[in-house]
Design a protein around this ligand. Structure first.
Ligand code: ADP
Length: 270
């Protein structure tokens, strides 16, 4: 089943002729883990924000987006609030209450759920995320990495079908970032939730992604499995190939291993 189908999507911000997105067409299957890559300004954030109507920036949009077969603009805001979880860069921007347990309960509370359902779902998620020990803490007592895990955990009681994340580890140290991305993979694998994200820590995210989508100047220049994308970028002599090989070297040095979980230059000497 398709989680998203995007057809010929173009977008420009107000008072500019330049298109931030140009003729984007892509289909994303339910349960996939997709990472958008590309240099700063290539359109990654703009594309992510199109995937939830309430976040779509003001501007001129052409083309169509379908969410589980339905035009996105016809999926009402309440449904989008449940079904499309969004995690921002800064862990602090998303937290709205002062206690961990309240943060976990807040989404369901504001949607009018009864207290028994809230208690049950919150307990399930605290256990899934292994954060029972923080349950009664003040949010201010948490580290940046713990806050970002809490942001993720507090979306989950709403039972989302899709999670969208825009550079979620940019303010975390490498260990916290690695813990966060492992948790994300667990959500994808164990709960079957579709993940669509941007992430600059390629060494961490390439091995856990089913598909990479490389953007350049608002266009998709290549997309596919990490191995395929690596091979195409090499053939295109594109600077992203260097970023991928650097990621492999970083991974090898951090993990003390000579191998990377994927091969990006099959059959080639380099
Ligand atoms: P990325 O996430 O890959 O760094 P963005 O989606 O943020 O790229 O930006 C894509 C393009 O849109 C860039 O040319 C950027 O300057 C432009 N852009 C982004 N946000 C705005 C905005 N609020 N107003 C006008 N132009 C913008």
């Amino acid at each position: 089943m398709e989680a998203y189908r995007i057809e010929n999507l173009s977008f420009s911000y107000p008072q500019t002729d330049k298109k931030a997105l140009l003729n984007i067409s892509i289909s994303i299957e339910s349960g996939e883990f997709i990472t958008l890559c590309g240099k700063t300004g290539s359109g990654k954030s703009t594309l992510l924000k199109q995937l939830k109507s309430i976040l779509t920036p003001y501007g001129k949009r052409e083309g169509a987006i379908y969410f589980f077969g339905q035009p996105l603009e016809e999926v009402d805001e309440r449904e989008q609030a449940f079904q499309i979880g969004y995690v921002f860069q800064s862990p602090d921007n998303q937290i709205v209450t002062d206690k961990v347990w309240h943060e976990l309960a807040f989404g369901l509370e504001s949607l009018g759920y009864d207290s028994n359902t809230i208690r049950l779902r919150v307990a399930e998620m605290a256990s899934f995320f292994g954060i029972q020990n923080w349950f009664y803490k003040n949010v201010t007592e948490l580290s940046g990495g713990q806050k970002q895990i809490l942001n993720l955990a507090s979306i989950m009681p709403l039972d989302p079908r899709v999670l969208i994340l825009d550079e979620p580890t940019s303010q975390l140290d490498p260990i916290a970032a690695s813990d966060f991305l492992n948790m994300l993979k667990k959500i994808n694998r164990d709960l079957g939730i579709t993940i669509i994200m941007t992430e600059h820590r390629l060494e961490e995210v390439i091995p856990i992604s089913d598909r990479l989508v490389v953007l350049d100047e608002g266009k998709i220049i290549v997309e596919g499995s990490p191995s395929y994308v690596g091979k195409r970028l090499y053939e295109m002599d594109h600077p992203m190939f260097l970023a991928m090989t650097t990621a492999m070297q970083v991974h090898a040095s951090v993990t003390n291993s000579s191998t990377y979980p994927i091969t990006i230059n099959e059959g080639r000497k380099w």
